[in-house]
Write a protein that binds this ligand. Sequence first.
Ligand SMILES: Cc1cc2nc3c(=O)[nH]c(=O)nc-3n(C[C@H](O)[C@H](O)[C@H](O)COP(=O)(O)OP(=O)(O)OC[C@H]3O[C@@H](n4cnc5c(N)ncnc54)[C@H](O)[C@@H]3O)c2cc1C
Length: 251
Amino acid sequence: MSRRTRNPLAAAFAKHFAHSTVTHSEPVTPTMQRIRLVAEQPITFPYTPGQHIRVQINDPLSISGILRPGETLRTYTIWDLHLDERAIELRVHLYPGDGIGLAWAQQVRPGDPVTYWWPKGDFYTTNEAAYHVFLGEETASAAFGPMIRALDPSAPVYGVLESESPEHDLPMPGRHELARVYRHGASAVASQALLDGVADLALPEQPGMAYVAGEARTCQLIRNFLVQERNWPRTAIKVKPFWAVGKPGLH
Ligand SMILES: Cc1cc2nc3c(=O)[nH]c(=O)nc-3n(C[C@H](O)[C@H](O)[C@H](O)COP(=O)(O)OP(=O)(O)OC[C@H]3O[C@@H](n4cnc5c(N)ncnc54)[C@H](O)[C@@H]3O)c2cc1C
């Protein structure tokens, strides 16, 4: 990853990405890595909690990147942003697999250069809902943290968070009682554990706003459950598939 590229395309896109250096890479849980990036320049982008950056694993503006765009950028939510320190914190799930994002998160060390593309995305909370429901697995939890932190502290929050087992639970901000469910070796695809957790969740009678993220088929099953079994309107459910088998690099 070259920091000082002479690629004329890079100059044209320069305002869309930032060069940074890794200052921390350490486990938060056995399968969740904290990665902290400090930008070379002051951070000036507009930002809403829940938005993501795209980490450049391979240069999308290089010849090989243009030929294989699916092997260039990977999407991670900004867990925390410290403008005064020009720092972005990520929480990256170390799942059992072989993606390029996974390999990057496993290997990256303090001092390594990282280019990231500026925040995007419309997966964020609105303070107008009567209450908020967060539903998803580890990757979703990495997005729910900043979304929950952005809510008014008095906002009612419910949720079901899935992980492999209790030691893999990502600590969440605030004092909210979020239910936890565990796969214990089962697949996160079309997750029965999460679906059962949602079915067991006691919610107020009127719909609030639900945020559903993580594996694509699980997201679909949960949305169907809320619509068909709980009579929620689709407009009250924000769904964001974060990964899908055979579809690398969703964003
Ligand atoms: C808006 C958005 C925000 C996201 N935020 C975060 C975040 O903050 N933290 C985070 O860890 N992830 C986050 N993700 C998910 C992350 O981008 C994906 O997990 C991504 O696929 C990882 O890239 P990769 O190169 O490791 O795997 P890919 O090359 O994309 O995929 C390779 C294979 O691995 C499978 N796979 C990918 N991720 C997982 C997984 N978690 N568990 C099991 N199998 C998987 C894929 O289905 C595919 O078959 C986010 C995704 C989106 C769209």
